[in-house]
Design a binder for this molecule. Structure first.
Ligand SMILES: CC(C)(COP(=O)(O)OP(=O)(O)OC[C@H]1O[C@@H](n2cnc3c(N)ncnc32)[C@H](O)[C@@H]1OP(=O)(O)O)[C@@H](O)C(=O)NCCC(=O)NCCS
Length: 159
C-alpha cells in the first residue's frame, strides 16, 4: 500500500496575496452569516502596524489563511479560513499553531478571538486551549438581515 502525506507549508503573506485570500474567503464562509470580509477590508488592515497574514499551502496552492492583529502584548485572531476542499486534514490546526508561535515570538501574552455562536470552528479553538470570555449579541448580520451572536474566546500564552 502506498501512503501519500501532503505537507502543509506556512508562510507570511501580504497585499499581493489578496486574490488567494479572496478566493478562500469566498469559498470558506457561508454568506448567510455575514462573517466574511471584503478584499478591500483585508488589504486595508494589512497596511496597519501589528497586522500579519499567514498563508497555508499544500502542493504550492494556497488552501487557507489566518489574519492577526497585535497591539502591545495583546493580539486578536481576526480571521482563519480553510478551503472546504482541504478541510479536516489539519490545515486549520497548523495555522492556529503557527499564529500562536508567531504571537509567542512577538511577546504576546493573550490571544483573543470572536466567533459566531454555533460555528464549528469553536471545536478547533477549544482543542487549542481557548476559553470562552463573553458574548456580543447580534454581532453578525447575515443575508436577509438576520443577526447572530458572537462569542469571544481568549487564551493566555504565558500560562
Ligand atoms: C474552522 C476551519 C478553519 C477549520 O479548518 P480545518 O482545516 O478543517 O481544521 P483541522 O482539520 O485542522 O481541524 C482540527 C480539529 O478542529 C476540530 N474541527 C475542525 N473543524 C470542525 C468541524 N467542522 N466540526 C467539528 N470539529 C471541527 C476537530 O477537533 C479537528 O480535529 P479532527 O479533524 O481530528 O476531528 C474551517 O472549518 C473553516 O475555514 N471554516 C469556515 C471559516 C470560519 O468559520 N472560520 C472561523 C471564524 S474566523
Amino acid at each position: 500500500m502506498t501512503t501519500r502525506v501532503r505537507l502543509i507549508e506556512l508562510a507570511p503573506g501580504g497585499a499581493a496575496d489578496a486574490e488567494a485570500v479572496d478566493r478562500i474567503m469566498g469559498a470558506a464562509f457561508d454568506p448567510r452569516y455575514g462573517e466574511a470580509w471584503t478584499r478591500s477590508q483585508c488589504i486595508g488592515i494589512l497596511a496597519m502596524p501589528g497586522v500579519w497574514l499567514t498563508l497555508a499551502r499544500v502542493d504550492d496552492v494556497v488552501v487557507g489563511f489566518a489574519l492577526v492583529r497585535a497591539i502591545m502584548d495583546e493580539a486578536e485572531l481576526l480571521l482563519i479560513a480553510v478551503d472546504p476542499a482541504a478541510r479536516r486534514r489539519g490545515v486549520g490546526a497548523a495555522l492556529l499553531r503557527g499564529v500562536i508561535a508567531e504571537c509567542d515570538g512577538r511577546g504576546v501574552a493573550r490571544l483573543h478571538l470572536e466567533v459566531r455562536a454555533n460555528n464549528p470552528a469553536v471545536a478547533l479553538y477549544a482543542a487549542h486551549g481557548f476559553v470562552r470570555a463573553g458574548v456580543r449579541r447580534d454581532y453578525y448580520r447575515g443575508t436577509g438581515g438576520q443577526t447572530h451572536d458572537a462569542h469571544t474566546y481568549a487564551r493566555d500564552l504565558r500560562a
